[in-house]
Design a protein around this ligand. Structure first.
Ligand SMILES: [Zn+2]
Length: 277
């Protein structure tokens, strides 16, 4: 059985699935933070436990609805296929039962799970919700023309398959009661997080605003995946400050599974306090 982490936020019953975890080496960290390796490597070496990078996919259940936030890698990376589809099925949430998929941004580890090997929609009954700026950025003809042909073909195929049930929304939109899409630009131009708010309880899922807990005290360090580092740094600072100030329960897509916890400020530095049960 694949691990599943269960928790709730007011009326929302939440489950987190791990699409795949890989243990990180110094070589991985140097490649990921290529411009800031000297800054981040000592923090990585001092991290108290071996650090893994997960892909935490959130499933929200409310009033008979099932809302998935991102779709994992699917078979986008043949060397490391995502395990989300199998994990969902095993836990009793087959793909057909998902009625909404919210996509935070268009990197393959977030949208790869939308298509199967035959280039068909994996979620036959789901509405697809994503931010208009993200869609406009990736799907403009001029941007697609600059991508590897395989990548652009994959993007076109993905949105063709969901074309009749695609909903483009402005960031900062309540997509259903208590579930808001919030703009967190920089990682990609239209990158969005999710803010859950129910019965006085909240969760801020900041997706890829911060990739690893070793960035908490090195906010200015951007991984190579941040498309607009300056915006990404400003967004990261704002999100981390808010998480500390409001003692928010937060979720991070790539923190060690399940990537849920609090960020505490102690003795002048920030600490990741994961939720374990
Ligand atoms: Zn990612």
């Amino acid at each position: 059985m694949f691990p599943v982490f269960h928790f709730s936020v007011g009326a929302f019953t939440c489950h987190v699935f791990d699409d795949g975890t890989s243990l990180l080496s110094e070589t991985d960290i140097s490649a990921m933070f290529v411009h800031d390796a000297a800054r981040i490597l000592p923090i990585f070496r001092a991290y108290p436990v071996p650090l893994g990078m997960s892909a935490n996919v959130l499933l929200i259940e409310v009033q008979g609805r099932r809302i998935l936030v991102d779709s994992g890698s699917g078979l986008g990376d043949q060397a490391m296929p995502g395990q989300l589809w199998t994990a969902l099925r095993q836990a009793g949430f087959p793909a057909e039962s998902i009625d909404t998929v919210v996509i935070s941004h268009f990197h393959m580890d977030h949208i790869g799970g939308l298509l199967n090997t035959d280039n068909q929609a994996v979620f036959p009954n789901a509405h697809l919700i994503t931010s208009r700026p993200e869609y406009s950025h990736w799907m403009s003809e001029s941007f697609l023309a600059g991508l590897e042909p395989k990548r652009s073909a994959r993007l076109r195929k993905t949105f063709e398959q969901y074309a009749n049930r695609l909903e483009l929304v402005d960031p900062d939109t309540e997509i259903m009661p208590g579930i808001c899409l919030i703009p967190l630009p920089g990682h990609t131009p239209g990158h969005c997080g999710i803010d859950l708010n129910s019965q006085g309880q909240r969760l801020l899922h900041f997706i890829d605003t911060v990739h690893l807990p070793i960035q908490l005290n090195a906010e200015e360090v951007s991984p190579t995946y941040d498309a607009q580092p300056e915006f990404a740094i400003a967004t990261r600072r704002a999100v981390l400050d808010r998480a500390v100030r409001e003692a928010r329960l937060v979720m991070a897509y790539h923190f060690p599974f399940p990537g849920i916890g609090h960020i505490q400020q102690k003795d002048g530095s920030k600490h990741w306090m994961p939720l374990t049960s």
